[in-house]
Design a protein around this ligand. Sequence first.
Ligand code: ADP
Ligand code: MG
Length: 238
Amino acid sequence: MSSLTIREVSKSFGTASVLRKINVDIEDGEFVILVGPSGCGKSTLLRMIAGLEKTTSGEISIGSRMVNDLPAKARDIAMVFQNYALYPHMNVAENMAFSLKLKGAGKDEIKRKVDRAAEILGLGALLDRYPRQLSGGQRQRVAMGRAIVRDPRIFLFDEPLSNLDAKLRVQMRTEIKALHQRLKSTIVYVTHDQIEAMTMADKIVVMHNGTIEQIGAPLDVYDRPANLFVAQFIGSPA
Ligand code: ADP
Ligand code: MG
């Protein structure tokens, strides 16, 4: 079933056109990575899917529902940002519980969902710690935990690993892939790192200057790049 449909979506800021007639179809359970150089419009597209930014034209649908006019909190989506933005005065459990509390969830439901997220992410022993007492990788896990407790239809990740050192980044790639296999949810993930895209995604969307150059399985794109830009960006053999 179709999870997310982006139809002819364009975006301008004033006179600057940053995305032009974007079309992407994402199936339920797919792990899709939007990849391209800095400034090509990846975050803007993700923010429009999340409802944090309005489209200038075109349509975005989640499932069969057109969501252009639906506010962020009414979309069945959770977003994990690059700068984890944890609440410094709340411990790990409280950080993960916060959005559920806002929604008015009961104590038992909150505990069950926080415990499940902690178990999935290996945070069980850290629930009482504060963000300043955590490593970068642990903080990133808490940020993911805050998304998981909401049990969204679609997870959005914007360069979630870019603040981590190289070794941890490689380890977290494996963890996020395992997370996807366990949750079987749809993930739309943004990175400028082509290796990350190639190793993690079911499908990559290669972007450049506000347009899509190619969509496909990583190996297909690598073997049959649509043009010189894609070949050079992905590092296909000449
Ligand atoms: P990426 O995430 O691929 O690096 P962005 O989506 O952040 O790219 O940005 C795409 C383009 O849109 C850039 O040229 C950026 O400067 C511009 N842009 C992004 N947000 C705004 C904004 N709020 N106002 C004006 N220009 C913006
Ligand atoms: Mg960005």
